[in-house]
Design a binder for this molecule. Structure first.
Ligand SMILES: [Zn+2]
Ligand SMILES: [Zn+2]
Length: 311
């Protein structure tokens, strides 16, 4: 694959028939990064990962050359829960997520910070950080990095302001947390990234709060819901409220070029989803082509000025 810009992209792939199938599907669609659930995302209990499944995943990863594996934690765990019973269940469920991610040698584990229902956002932020620290106690994370995802702010969810992410990270200094930046969530939460000015202002805030260098994963989604709606519904690229031009601006931002870009757009109809991959690739490759052209013309200028000097 040519070294594009950003160089890693893919999508949230289904795990029906085994976790390794997500890698095969990604490879078939010429992607080199993937996001998966490592278990049923809507249940509290998960079947334990058996060694055979882990080995099959590793072998398939080597065969398919998938550079980046991201696991998205299950939805039920609420790290910010004010209720003790829910918080305890969430702590255990998240610890299990970390253990599964370690077994699978995933690069990143993405988690939503949770809902502070019944408490204020500041309490939610503190509770989330405490639960994270407790869930990871005595675990060696090795190369696994936990990423807190920004949210749309639906209901009483925290994480819709970049400051929440900043504060959670600051309260967990030993965990080396990072951020997963979701474009549709930011837009629904009230960051207007449709126009160039708004996008740059948002990037500046993101940089101030968490530093864009701590964003190794971008969830690249258009939004079905309106600006600042606080409702989380993803749309296929260019068909939603963010639109094609703004999505291209995001994909080609130098500040995010180090990140893996992952689609979480609707898979049905399938043509629309396959088109999303093609659109993301076209944004990236066009940038690469533009970059090469710019370099060539720069070299041309240098050569001609060098020639001028000789004359
Ligand atoms: Zn998410
Ligand atoms: Zn997301």
């Amino acid at each position: 694959m040519n070294q594009s810009f950003p160089s890693r992209f893919g999508f949230h792939a289904p795990i029906a028939g085994g976790l390794h199938n997500a890698l095969i599907k990604s490879h078939e669609l010429q992607c080199n990064a993937v996001q998966i659930f490592s278990r049923n995302p809507r249940g509290w209990t998960a079947k334990p990962l058996i060694d055979e499944e882990v080995a099959r995943f590793q072998t398939t990863r080597a065969e398919t050359n998938i550079a980046t594996v991201v696991i998205h934690a299950c939805y039920l765990a609420n790290l910010a829960a004010a209720d003790f019973v829910i918080r305890e269940k969430s702590r255990l469920a998240f610890r299990e997520e970390v253990e599964r991610a370690l077994k699978l040698e995933a690069d990143y584990l993405v988690v939503h910070p949770g809902s502070a229902k019944g408490a204020c956002a500041a309490d939610g932020v503190r509770t989330c950080a405490e639960t994270l620290r407790a869930a990871c106690r005595d675990l060696e994370l090795k190369n696994l990095r936990i990423l807190i995802e920004n949210t749309a702010g639906q209901g009483e969810c925290i994480g819709h302001r970049f400051e929440h992410l900043r504060d959670i990270i600051a309260l967990c200094p030993k965990l080396n947390l990072g951020v997963c930046f979701d474009t549709a969530h930011a837009f629904a939460a009230g960051y207007d990234l449709r126009e160039e000015d708004g996008f740059h202002a948002m990037l500046e805030q993101l940089d101030l709060c968490v530093s864009t260098s701590n964003i190794p994963v971008v969830h690249f989604n258009d939004s079905k819901t309106a600006f600042a709606s606080r409702v989380d519904r993803h749309a296929n690229i260019g068909t939603g409220e963010i639109g094609d031009a703004a999505m291209r601006r995001i994909a080609t931002s130098a500040k995010l070029k180090h990140a893996a870009f992952l689609l979480e757009t609707p898979h049905e109809p399938h043509e629309d989803f396959v088109r999303d991959i093609a659109v993301l690739r076209s944004f990236i490759e066009r940038t690469e082509a533009q970059r090469s052209r710019a370099l060539r013309s720069l070299n041309g200028i240098k050569t001609s000025s060098a020639n001028n000097l000789k004359h």
